[in-house]
Design a protein. Structure first.
Length: 312
């Protein structure tokens, strides 16, 4: 279904107040509600796990691939995914293959702002309610991602089809100004062009979505794009069981767990050095999805890709 949070009212500033102040919505006429749309399970999985490299349109033009100097395959090539080859594709996606990446200064520039954003995100790890966040992410993916996008930037696949651009939920000014109570109320009752969800979501699910929205920061986006493949969603690296499955148990040393003890024994400057090093080292991005996706979920992604119009 459509986005769960208030859509923004265009890109032109209308407030005469201080920077970061969002004017009351009553200054703008209420837009008509947008049509209800629910992404398929395969489309959701593709957008969250694959689009960073392969692009939202599966043409191989994702921002992560561009930053790394890669040329991911255009997945809309005719005849690329015949059903009889599903087992081979599932094995390749789950178990991956090494993809050495050589960062060049001309391809990517690590700014101190990016380093600080990732550092701030990491520092939250030991205190975050991961059970609620994971629950909220699942609901967000099904009901909000189509308009608000994977990272809440208002750039979902339906964002350009609605009369009013969906709100960018990631910006710090918005996150700082809007309270949990306001977010919950907008999720429940709707806001502007966005319908309410009180009749389709439990109170617990709506609170969980608020928790996930609070995770959305520029640091979270960078971590999810560049770090999660080794460090895991919660700062817990790939398990020994998965390494055994991949045949890497004796050749790869997992990174440390990003828990309270880790942060107690590492200063911010040590973490900054590690972040800079991580962002500039040669490494293999997203070598596998074992532990994140199941074989059935990969089948759902393949089924979704088959629905896309083929291109030469």
């Amino acid at each position: 279904m459509v986005a769960l949070f208030g859509c923004s009212h265009g890109t032109q500033a209308r407030s005469t107040g201080p920077a970061g102040h969002f004017p009351p919505d009553r200054t703008v006429a209420e837009p008509a509600a947008v049509s209800v749309h629910q992404l398929t399970a395969g489309e959701v999985l593709f957008l969250r796990h694959c689009a960073g490299c392969h692009g939202a349109g599966a043409r191989g033009d994702g921002p992560v691939g561009t930053a790394m100097g890669l040329r991911p395959r255009n997945l809309r090539q005719a005849g690329l995914f015949p059903e009889e080859r599903d087992p081979a594709w599932i094995n390749r996606i789950l178990h991956g293959r090494a993809m050495p990446v050589f960062f060049q200064s001309s391809q990517t520039t690590v700014t101190e702002r990016e380093v600080e954003e990732i550092l701030q995100h990491l520092r939250r790890f030991p205190t975050l309610p991961w059970v609620d966040i994971d629950r909220g992410e699942k609901v967000y993916d099904l009901l909000c991602l189509s308009c608000h996008g994977v990272y809440g930037r208002g750039d979902g696949p339906l964002a350009t089809t609605v009369a009013v651009r969906p709100r960018d939920l990631l910006t710090p000014p918005y996150q700082q100004q809007v309270t949990d109570e306001i977010l919950f109320q907008r999720i429940s009752d709707g806001h502007g062009a966005m319908p309410g969800t009180a009749d389709v979501l439990s109170v617990e699910d709506r609170h969980a979505v608020v928790r996930f929205i609070r995770l959305l920061t520029p640091g979270y986006e960078s971590y999810d794009r560049y770090c999660v493949g080794c460090h895991g969603n919660h700062g817990q690296p790939v398990s020994r069981e998965i390494l055994d499955l991949l045949g890497q148990a004796d050749t790869w040393e997992p990174p440390p767990s990003l828990d309270k003890e880790f942060f107690r024994t590492h200063t911010d400057e040590q973490l900054r050095i590690g972040i800079r090093r991580m962002l500039t080292l040669n490494r293999a991005p997203m070598p596998h999805f074992a532990g994140e996706l199941t074989a059935e979920e990969v089948r759902q992604v393949l089924s979704y890709l088959r629905t896309l119009p083929p291109e030469s």
